[in-house]
Design a protein around this ligand. Structure first.
Ligand code: F6R
Length: 258
């Protein structure tokens, strides 16, 4: 795992945006895996700003979002499709038919998960998967459990996850769906490269466990230790509980190899 530590979340976002744009320039048919949530917002702002400057072309890009709520329409303001449209898609030249989501309104949710996995395969697999992390170590909606699901699947949301998402539903917990569809751990681990971003003191504890703790299904993000191409991008607050040995200074952030 390569860990890069930045002074602020804006610096982190800018470094990652630069890296995504570079990927796009080298590989116009890039397949991107994308998260929602609070953490990636500065990244999406930075990508939009770079696109406005003419640095990027998304016309041949495919995107796959990690998760989506069950039972709400894509046009619902709380859907992750609405989030992506508001924060990234409507500001760049990505084609709507190339932005892929699990359909939480599908009649047969198992068939929908199989369709989504097949669509990823037909796109050639995910080149770059960007992730956030929950305070309990979840990635996507893969929550801590005795067993994890390998492929895209139906998830019963924990109260904590529903509370964390209430902001997207006007603050009303009762309006937050009780279920979601999520990529599974293998879907994520099959990406050719993975970047996990975390910012703020509230993520410090789980980042220390994810990077240096035991590999366990009780901390789904700890499985990333098994992937050969993972970068963890942190601001100083999220990095504050990492042991400091092995941290060296380099351009674009301190780099800590594990
Ligand atoms: C959302 C997702 C989640 C979030 C995580 C952190 O698509 O995959 O795993 O990344 O819940 O959320 P924030 O960034 O709001 O702290």
């Amino acid at each position: 795992m390569k860990i890069r530590i930045f002074r602020t979340e804006e610096q982190l976002a800018d470094a990652l945006a630069r890296c995504v744009v570079q990927h796009l320039q080298e590989q116009p048919k890039l397949v991107l895996g994308l998260p929602t949530g609070r953490t990636p917002l500065p990244l999406y702002r930075a990508l939009v700003a770079r696109h406005a400057k003419g640095e990027s072309d998304y016309s041949n890009v495919d995107t796959f979002n990690l998760d989506e709520f069950v039972g709400i329409a894509p046009s619902h303001p709380g859907s992750y499709r609405s989030y992506m449209s508001e924060h990234l898609f409507r500001h760049v030249n990505v084609s709507r038919r190339r932005t892929h989501f699990l359909d939480g309104q599908a009649k047969d949710l198992d068939a929908e998960c199989a369709r989504f996995e097949d669509r990823i395969l037909r796109a050639g697999g995910i080149d770059l998967q960007i992730l956030g992390i929950g305070e309990n170590g979840h990635i996507g909606f893969n929550e801590p459990a005795a067993e994890l699901s390998p492929w895209s699947h139906l998830v019963k949301l924990t109260l904590a996850s529903r509370r964390a998402n209430a902001g997207f539903f006007g603050g009303k917990l009762t309006d937050v769906p009780k279920e979601a569809l999520s990529m599974g751990m293998s879907t994520i681990m099959h990406a050719r490269s993975i970047v996990l971003m975390a910012t703020g003191k509230r993520k410090a504890e789980i980042i220390a466990k994810t990077v240096s703790g035991a590999i366990t299904t009780r901390i789904p993000a700890s499985l990333l230790q098994l992937h050969s191409k993972v970068e963890i991008l942190l601001d100083e607050d999220a990095a504050s509980k990492l042991r400091s040995e092995g941290v060296v200074t380099s351009r674009g952030g301190r780099v800590h190899e594990r």
